[in-house]
Write a protein that binds this ligand. Sequence first.
Ligand code: TYM
Length: 332
Amino acid sequence: MSRIFSGVQPTGNLHLGNYLGAIRNWVALQEDFECIFCIVDLHAITQPQDPDDLRAHTREVTAAYIAAGIDPEKCIIFNQSMVPEHSELAWILACTTPLGWLNRMTQFKEKAGKHRENAGLGLYAYPVLMAADILLYRATHVPVGDDQKQHLELSRDIAGAFNRQYGVDYFPLPEPRILGAATRVMSLRDGANKMSKSDASDYSRLNMTDDADAIALKIRKARTDADPLPETPAGLEGRAEAANLVGIYAALAETGAEDVCHQFAGKMFSEFKNELSDLAVARLGPIAEKIGELKADTGHVDGILRRGAERAGAMAKQHLREIQDIIGLLRP
Ligand code: TYM
């Protein structure tokens, strides 16, 4: 029995990387698997958030899931904080997670920066909460972008540590599913950095809410080099920005970099960018429009989250009771 779990932080500026690395892949999975998709607001508050923005972004991510094609009838869609069992299991798992494992997490090091002593405990414990999200539903597969690989390895280690400590085979070891031609979309301004919600420059990313003019402008301004497109992807080596645009085109066209190089070999990037713009507008435009409509109907969006939380909560409560019994925690 396979069960899928994944999530996105409601921290604003949902972008093409979130779409191609994660959300779009979930749409296909919902046809064949039981799927649970979360808006991880408790992860978002590991860094300061304005309360009104957090509420708006939680609804926006929900709207983006639905606009991208995730069906709230087929899947469970909910926000993490509505199911308090996530926090409870995070504490339980924190008790079996050695500090040494957390000290290896590169995302913590990046986010904490130079002033590690000032970083919050929540930011440090972030990957334990992520393990709790997945293991609370005894999920078997987790579709994410490439940057979450290390966190998922940790989730597997934590599941194994719990099973060993209590001599049970309770948690499946969750497997990452890193899918598609764009598992790591890079910034449009700098091919050495990944596209990110927190980049100060809006020109670094295509937002899922961008209109056609914004998409065209950002692609036109995207950094490339003076050489034409090569005949094969081997010719993109050492050309991070060029490789990124080819990868984005391939992912949007649902093909591979081979095909894209073959199709555009010898063309200049100015010409390729026009084609990429048209494709991006055709793929992302309707999603942005639908997100706009859904955002205007907060009652509808909130109803979906409430229903999702009821369904997720029922499963979470049952599993937490089983976990409490394994550990020896008395419960009502
Ligand atoms: P978040 O909100 O940073 O990212 C959400 C998803 O988008 C993917 N992603 C990318 N993929 C390709 N290229 C990029 N530039 C890019 N940027 C982001 C991420 O890999 C992710 O799949 N820790 C998670 C949220 C989380 C979670 C979970 C995920 C919390 N609990 C349980 C899976 C299961 C995160 O940072 O997401």
